[in-house]
Design a protein around this ligand. Structure first.
Ligand code: UDP
Ligand code: MG
Length: 311
C-alpha cells in the first residue's frame, strides 16, 4: 500500500484539486492508496473539505491539529499515522506533480534504492532575492554541517517503510525535515522536474519565515557558529594581549602616555559587540535545548476521520 501524506494549511481551494489530480492517475499507481491529509490548524474551510472527502472515500484519512503547529509537525504526524509500505510526502498545492509518482514507484522497486527524492531543475517564477538567499543557505549549510542538503531538493519524496521508521525514531522537537531525511542515510535517488507555480491559494511562507527556518536548519544541524564564536573570542584575546605588551613597552621606553582615548572606546565597543554576538549565538542553542528538554508534544490532535465515524 502507498500512503500519501499531505500537510494542509489554509488549502481549501487546493485540497479538492489535489485529490482530483491523484485520483486521475490512480490506475497508473497500481497499488492500493491511503491519503493522510494533515490539517495544520487552518483558518479557512480546509477541514470541511477533508471531512467531505473522508465521508466519500474510505481511503481518505485526515488528522486535524488543535492549532497551527507548522509544516514540520504536520509531516511528523502524517508519517506516524501512515500504514503503507511505501510513503510519500506531497504539498497540497500541486507544486509536487502527482504524475511523477508512477515513475518514482517504478524506481523504488529496485532493492538498492530506499528513497526517491525530487528536486526542481530551476527556480523559475520565484522572486530573485528569495532564490539568491536560498542558494546562499545551501552553500553555507553544506560547508558547515556534516549532513549534506541538496539545493532545490523538495520535501516531495517516496520512501520505504524502513526509512520512514528510521525518521520516526528521531522524535526531536526542533524538526528540520530536509536535514532529518538526509541524516538517516539510506540510498536516495533524485529526479528533477521544472518548477511549478501553486495552482491556487497563496504561499504561507514569507521571506522572514523562510529566513528563520534557514537559521533553524543551521542551528539544528551544525555547531559551526559556536566554533566560530570561540575562535573569534580566542583571536581577540591574543590580539589584545599582544597590544597590552606593546603599550607597556612603549610607555617604559618613551615615557609619553598617549591621549588615545577614542581608539580605546572603539576597542571597548568592538569587544562588547563581539561578546553580545557570541552570547546571542550561544543563546540560540540554549533556546533549542530549553524547548527540547520540556518534551512538549510535537502536535496536538483535535479531530481525525475516526471522530467523523463515531458522530
Ligand atoms: N503548510 C503547513 N503548515 C504551515 C505552512 C505550510 O502544513 O504552517 C503546508 C502547506 O499547506 C503546503 C505545504 O506546507 O501544503 C507547502 O507550503 P507552501 O506551498 O505555502 O510553501 P512553498 O511551496 O511556497 O514553499
Ligand atoms: Mg507550495
Amino acid at each position: 500500500m502507498l500512503s500519501i501524506i499531505v500537510p494542509c494549511y489554509n488549502e481549501e481551494e487546493t485540497v479538492p484539486l489535489f485529490y482530483a489530480a491523484v485520483e486521475k492517475i490512480r490506475s497508473a499507481i497500481g497499488q492500493s492508496l491511503e491519503y493522510i491529509f494533515v490539517n495544520d490548524g487552518s483558518h479557512d474551510k480546509t477541514l470541511i473539505e477533508l471531512r467531505r472527502l473522508a465521508s466519500q472515500n474510505k481511503s481518505v484519512r485526515y488528522l486535524s491539529f488543535s492549532r497551527n503547529f507548522g509544516k514540520e509537525s504536520a509531516l511528523y504526524a502524517g508519517l506516524k499515522a501512515a500504514k503503507g509500505d511505501l510513503v510519500t510526502v506531497m504539498d497540497a498545492d500541486l507544486q509536487d506533480p502527482p504524475e511523477l509518482l508512477p515513475k518514482m514507484i517504478g524506481m523504488i522497486q529496485d532493492p538498492e534504492i530506499d528513497c526517491v527524492g525530487t528536486r526542481r531543475a530551476d527556480r523559475a517564477g520565484e522572486p530573485k532575492i528569495r532564490s539568491f538567499f536560498a542558494r546562499q543557505f545551501y552553500h553555507l549549510i553544506n560547508r558547515i554541517s556534516s549532513t549534506q542538503m541538496i539545493d532545490g531538493a523538495r520535501d516531495f519524496r517516496l520512501m520505504t517503510r524502513q526509512m520512514v521508521d528510521a525518521i520516526l525514531e528521531l522524535s526531536e522537537y526542533n524538526r528540520f525535515s530536509k536535514g532529518l531525511f538526509s541524516w538517516v542515510g539510506f540510498n536516495t535517488e533524485y529526479i528533477s522536474y521544472p518548477n511549478r507555480e501553486r495552482v491556487a491559494g497563496r504561499t504561507s511562507w514569507s521571506f522572514w519565515k523562510l529566513f528563520n527556518y534557514s537559521l533553524d536548519g543551521i542551528v539544528n544541524f551544525s555547531d559551526a557558529p559556536l566554533n566560530i564564536a570561540s575562535f573569534v573570542g580566542a583571536f581577540s584575546c591574543i590580539a589584545s594581549g599582544i597590544a597590552m605588551v606593546l603599550i607597556v613597552v612603549r610607555a617604559l621606553m618613551y615615557h609619553n602616555s598617549a591621549a588615545g582615548w577614542p581608539s580605546l572606546v572603539c576597542i571597548i565597543l568592538f569587544l562588547g559587540g563581539l561578546q553580545l554576538l557570541c552570547l546571542g549565538i550561544i543563546g540560540k542553542y540554549i533556546g533549542k535545548i530549553f524547548l527540547e528538554t520540556k518534551k512538549r508534544p510535537i502536535y496536538i490532535l483535535r479531530e481525525t476521520e475516526q471522530s467523523l465515524k463515531s458522530k
